[in-house]
Design a protein around this ligand. Structure first.
Ligand code: ZN
Length: 364
């Protein structure tokens, strides 16, 4: 049985820990006694991600293991933040974010373990993974070696929307820094010998298809800098571009289009470009029939809820794990207004999420 008072205690205790990256360790430290008592062995990888293993019991002892994951960092520091319970939800005191992203999921996972242990019901082997630095760029999951993971399917609770949502797809995305190289010259006395890098960038941008490119794809020319003085033809301009798509082929094609525009823009004024990939994330796409999606939906139904399938414009640790070959689906947490000082977590959603985590652990 899920103990809602114990669940709330766990949640509040970890919310009071300021766990902005790289200070996540106290979160798992606070939970360690509960997990050890249930019979889970824990170890940290060199990057401080913590992996736990809970042997299966009874008739399900030899079933396939399943992995549940949540991140223990918060999007911003939360020093001294005292959670406030009001109108059936846990709110921040307004001094910072609450950190329900993603501590609501951490608390739900731990309560599901405690509930199953207290019930003494048979369960398959369960792996837990608490990652670090998700909100500052998937740091823990990018570094995590999936080789020791025994589970074939993994579930991360870390997206907004009422509990019951399952994310089918998340975008491929990349931020590119393009440097246009021209030649400086006095703009008034010898403009003929100058090559304007700013003009190259302007020509390039003007050729680009930007904004919502198609139903799956978006592109943005976000930052343009260049030049020094109004009387100097600018030798250098830097353009920061971002492209995202839920379709890998469209992503590659539009990335190539943007770079071709840059090349042509530079060529038009006898200059050149250098391209640097600042950051990139590998996307994923499931179909409703994929095992990981069916398994998530079954758990949501077992928890008495109706599953909803959705796509996401955002990315998470799941992008890293899927890219490494660990099939991972993201389910919704029910948190509200995350990444703001109005963030809150409805208590009934916290309990629903715990039911879903319990059902994922118990398996079909
Ligand atoms: Zn998160």
């Amino acid at each position: 049985m899920i103990d809602t008072a114990r669940l709330l205690d766990t949640f509040l205790a970890i919310l009071r820990i300021d766990s902005y990256h790289p200070n996540e360790d106290p979160v798992v430290d606070a939970l360690r006694p509960k997990l050890l008592r249930a019979g889970i062995s824990l170890w940290a990888d060199p990057h401080r991600n913590v992996l736990g293993y809970w042997p299966g019991t009874g008739a399900k002892a030899n079933r396939e293991p399943v992995l549940l994951c949540a991140h223990t960092d918060t999007v911003r520091p939360t020093p001294g933040m005292e959670p406030v319970i009001r109108d059936g939800a846990v709110h921040t005191d307004g001094s910072s974010v609450l950190g329900a992203d993603d501590k609501a999921a951490v608390a739900a996972i731990v309560e599901a373990v405690e509930a199953i242990a207290a019930e003494g019901v048979a369960h398959p082997p369960v792996e837990l993974l608490f990652t670090v630095g998700e909100d500052v760029g998937h740091i823990g999951s990018k570094a995590f070696d999936v080789a020791p993971v025994r589970s074939r399917l993994a579930f991360i609770a870390d997206v907004d929307g009422p509990v019951g949502g399952v994310i089918l797809a998340s975008p491929w995305s990349e931020t590119l820094l393009v440097t246009f190289r021209g030649r400086a010259a006095h703009a008034g006395t010898e403009p003929e010998s100058g090559r304007s890098a700013v003009q190259m960038a302007a020509r390039a941008i003007d050729r680009m298809r930007l904004g919502r490119v198609d139903a799956q794809t978006t592109a943005n020319a976000g930052v343009l800098t260049g030049g020094e003085e109004s009387n100097i033809i600018p030798a250098c301009a830097e353009l920061k571009l971002q492209v995202r798509s839920l379709d890998e082929g469209a992503f590659g094609a539009h990335r190539a289009h943007l770079l071709e525009c840059c090349r042509l823009g530079a060529e038009a004024f006898d200059g050149g470009i250098e391209v640097e990939s600042v950051n990139s994330t590998t996307g994923y796409r499931f179909t409703p029939g994929d095992a990981v999606v069916r398994r998530a939906q079954a758990a949501i139904r077992a928890a008495g809820l109706t599953p909803r399938l959705a796509t996401s414009g955002g990315t998470s640790d799941a992008n890293e794990f899927n890219a490494k070959g660990l099939t991972t689906a993201v389910i919704s947490v029910g948190y509200l207004d995350i990444h703001t000082n109005q963030e809150s977590m409805p208590l009934d959603e916290l309990e629903r999420l715990t039911r879903v985590c319990r059902a994922l652990m118990l398996g079909p």
